[in-house]
Design a protein around this ligand. Structure first.
Ligand code: IDP
Ligand code: MG
Length: 139
């Protein structure tokens, strides 16, 4: 059964470039309600665990370095069909392939530094949201 929540991170490159406000505005204007929100920085152990599924990929080390080099914005978002609609809003992993108007097309520099994370399933949305937020910080 599809749930109505997803999890996102505005990644270090997006925060460094000052895009927090613009990206949150686009998310809100696209019909997502903010359920939980914080500025935080992942430790190396956090990033290794969060991206454990990619541990055998050649870019894993680079990904962990990137995701820990500065603060991120973590958020839980709510909308009907949240996971799928948010993946549509952010666009393809590689901004070169992302549709016009998507967050990655607008703000991402490369397949590695691609501005934003979006959960890929309801199950992972719940796991990733719980990774960053306790129940009392979700509204
Ligand atoms: P997704 O974020 O669109 O779901 P995934 O394949 O799950 O994409 O990869 C997770 C993250 O790993 C990407 O968002 C990106 O930051 C990084 N990544 C993916 N593929 C590459 C690559 O080929 N080179 C460098 N980094 C990559
Ligand atoms: Mg993914």
């Amino acid at each position: 059964m599809a749930t109505n929540r997803t999890f996102t991170m505005l990644k270090p490159d997006a925060v460094e470039k000052g895009h927090i406000g613009a990206i949150l505005e686009k998310i809100s204007a696209s019909g997502f309600r903010i359920v939980a929100l914080k500025l935080t920085q992942m430790t190396k152990a956090d990033a290794q665990a969060f991206y454990a599924i990619h541990s055998e990929r050649p870019f894993y080390g680079e990904l962990v370095e990137y995701m820990t080099r500065g603060p991120i914005v973590a958020a839980v978002l709510e909308k009907d069909n949240a996971v799928e609609d948010f993946r549509t809003l952010i666009g393809a992993t590689n901004p070169a392939d992302a549709a016009e108007g998507t967050i990655r097309k607008l703000y991402a520099a490369s397949i590695g530094e691609n501005a934003v994370h979006g959960s890929d399933s309801d199950e992972n949305a719940a796991i990733e949201g719980a990774f960053h937020f306790s129940g009392r910080d979700m509204f």
